[in-house]
Every structure is written in structure tokens, then in C-alpha cells.
Design a protein around this ligand. Structure first.
Ligand SMILES: [Zn+2]
Length: 344
């Protein structure tokens, strides 16, 4: 994604993140703390990973002008109703620009991801629905599970990776998510860089490939799409033609260099998503912009296949990583990415 995605990783990742933080501090000192003043800035749908110093300048993203900002928005979250009963709960002022989705049916609601855990997402959700709310995560990176602790009913695919995250994450990487470098505005009251953490949560029900979550009037099918992590899922509403893609696809640099990323598995999962693209009306990704053209999933598959067969020239971007750039998205991988595709 275009913002520095700071997820758990190696010492090398940490060094990269520190360098990114310095670049962002410079940008913030240059005056990017007030995003409201940025409306006249040129808009981009995509920026390369090397373009990190412009994080605040990308706000507000032009894509959001297509949607009505909902009154449930607060100082930390912006809420947009992207389809009737489907709310994008966006954290625009933190560099992950993560998007959680509340999907409201006639009998219950599903909250697909809970964000960073910096703002009070439960309070936002309670403004949007009176129905019982279940949580389901697109995967267990900390920018998607941060508010899980606020909810009693958490469904999960529950791999070992997932289970390891249920105990919470207290680390420098997570604390850095609340550092000045990561922000375009002040933190909510009570949250500081020093005390920010991913809080522990409990899984109340496990789900698996092909399971359907019926919320009344809308049936959401679980697609297991390992790759970015082994617990990555997408949600498919076949009747409406909607797909929630998590971090398997979003518009921006897609981060595929983590130790927990499996490129061979990702390639298969991308093919699985592309296979349903022709039947889709919209894709709802987990970062940056809330509604994408399903045709991009075909381009995702085509370009990933080209990358993994050595047909695209990589661009070195930071210590040990390379980027493959396309129209609307890119892939960030380890420089030795080819040796990681063991299952081809
Ligand atoms: Zn992720």
C-alpha cells in the first residue's frame, strides 16, 4: 500500500521502518498535519513505495468524493456508506489507511476487520446498527484486529498464525503505529505512542473455506486466500456481486515481503479471486480506497504471473525489497522473491 505498512517482521523490516519514519517526520515538519488543507492537492490513486514522504499529502483521496460521509464519523474514523447497508469505516489519518467494513443485514451485522485499535470502533458501530454484531477478520495483522477486544463474538479461520495473535501484540512495531511519523492528526484522548498495543481477544467460533455467514438478506461466503498471511480470507456475496478482498488486493503497493507471506500460495489465491471477477460488481479492499473495479483482479493475476515468471523488471526500493509497478497497484517483495516461490 502507499503508506508504510508497519506489520510484524524481521529486524531488517524494523530498520526499514525507522528510515521510513524519518522520511515521514520530515514531511510532517513540512506541515502535513492538517489534512483538511490538502483538498487542492493533486490526487493520486497510486503512489510508489518510494513516495512515502507524501502520506499526508494524499489526503483526502479523491475516491471518497463518490460517497456520502456518514454522520457516524468521528475525529478518528470516517464512515462512508459505499452500498446500502455496507459501511466503510476508514482510518484516514494513520499511515495504514485501513478500512474496516460493517455489513448490516436484516437480522445481524458483520464487522469485517476492526482496524488499528486506536479509535473506539465499537462506538462507531453502535451508531450504525442496533443489531447483534459479529466480527470476522480478513487476516490477523495488527491493523485489522486492533478493535477485536471490544467485541464478544469473533469468528476466525484460526490458523497457528491467528492464534498467536489472540494474545495481543506489545511491540515497538505496534507502538510505532501511534508515533508522530504515522499520523496526520493527534491521537484520540488516552492513546499514546507509549501505551498503544494490540489487545488480547478471544475467538468464539472458527470458520473455514466455503462457510457462509448469513446476516439476513445477505449471505457472505468465506474464501480462504492464503498468501499475504496463511489466515487471509476474502468475503464473497455472490448474489450482489460484491467481494471484500482484505489485503490480498488493494489499490497501492501490496506488501508481500513479510516472513509470513507465501508467494506461491498468494499466486493461487489471486487466481481464485480473478476467477470470480467476471461475476462481480465491486471489490471492497482493506486499505486506501473503499471500492475498486473488479477488472483489476484480472490484472492482478496477469501481472503477478508475469512477475513470478521473471517477465517484469523489479525496481529496488529499500533494503532487501523490490517493487513491481503497474497501473493502480504494485507488488513489494523481497529481492530474493524468486527463491520464495517454491510451489510453482
Ligand atoms: Zn496485512
Amino acid at each position: 500500500m502507499p503508506c508504510p505498512r508497519l506489520e510484524c517482521g524481521s529486524a531488517t523490516d524494523f530498520i526499514i521502518r525507522m528510515l521510513l519514519s524519518v522520511a515521514l517526520c520530515v514531511a510532517m515538519l513540512a506541515g502535513c498535519t492538517d489534512s483538511a488543507d490538502k483538498t487542492s492537492q493533486p490526487q493520486k490513486t497510486y503512489a510508489s513505495a518510494a513516495d512515502l514522504d507524501s502520506f499526508c499529502d494524499r489526503l483526502p483521496r479523491a475516491a471518497y468524493a463518490d460517497f456520502r460521509k456518514h454522520k457516524a464519523s468521528d475525529d478518528w474514523f470516517e464512515v462512508y456508506e459505499v452500498e446500502p447497508g455496507i459501511f466503510a469505516i476508514y482510518e484516514p489519518f494513520q499511515w495504514q489507511e485501513v478500512i474496516s467494513y460493517l455489513i448490516v443485514g436484516t437480522e445481524s451485522a458483520l464487522l469485517f476487520d476492526t482496524g488499528n485499535g486506536i479509535g473506539d470502533i465499537k462506538a462507531v458501530v453502535e451508531q450504525l446498527t442496533d443489531e447483534p454484531v459479529r466480527v470476522l477478520n480478513s487476516h490477523s495483522h495488527f491493523d485489522h484486529i486492533g478493535g477485536n477486544y471490544q467485541f464478544d463474538d469473533v469468528l476466525s479461520i484460526a490458523t497457528e498464525f491467528t492464534l498467536a495473535r489472540t494474545g495481543g501484540i506489545q511491540s515497538d512495531e505496534v507502538r510505532m503505529e501511534a508515533s508522530p511519523a504515522a499520523l496526520c492528526k493527534s491521537l484520540p484522548v488516552g492513546v499514546t505512542e507509549a501505551n498503544h498495543q494490540t489487545r488480547p481477544f478471544s475467538i468464539t467460533e472458527t470458520i473455514a473455506e466455503g462457510d457462509v455467514v448469513d446476516i439476513g438478506g445477505r449471505r457472505l461466503e468465506v474464501l480462504h486466500v492464503p498468501g499475504h498471511t496463511d489466515d487471509s480470507i476474502a468475503l464473497l456475496d455472490r448474489d450482489a456481486g460484491f467481494l471484500w478482498s482484505g489485503d490480498s488486493f488493494y489499490e497501492g503497493p501490496i506488501w508481500l515481503f513479510f516472513p509470513e507471506t507465501d508467494l506461491a500460495a498468494y499466486q493461487k489465491s489471486v487466481a481464485k479471486l480473478a476467477a470470480v471477477a467476471a461475476d462481480l460488481k465491486a471489490v471492497f479492499p482493506a486499505h486506501n480506497t473503499p471500492k475498486a473495479d473488479p477488472a483489476l483482479l484480472m490484472q492482478l493475476r496477469e501481472n503477478l504471473d508475469r512477475v513470478l515468471t521473471g517477465k517484469v523488471e523489479p525496481v529496488p526500493v529499500s533494503d532487501g525489497n523490490v517493487e513491481f509497478r503497474f497501473d493502480g497497484f504494485s507488488f513489494l517483495m523481497r529481492a530474493n522473491y524468486h527463491s520464495l516461490t517454491t510451489d510453482n
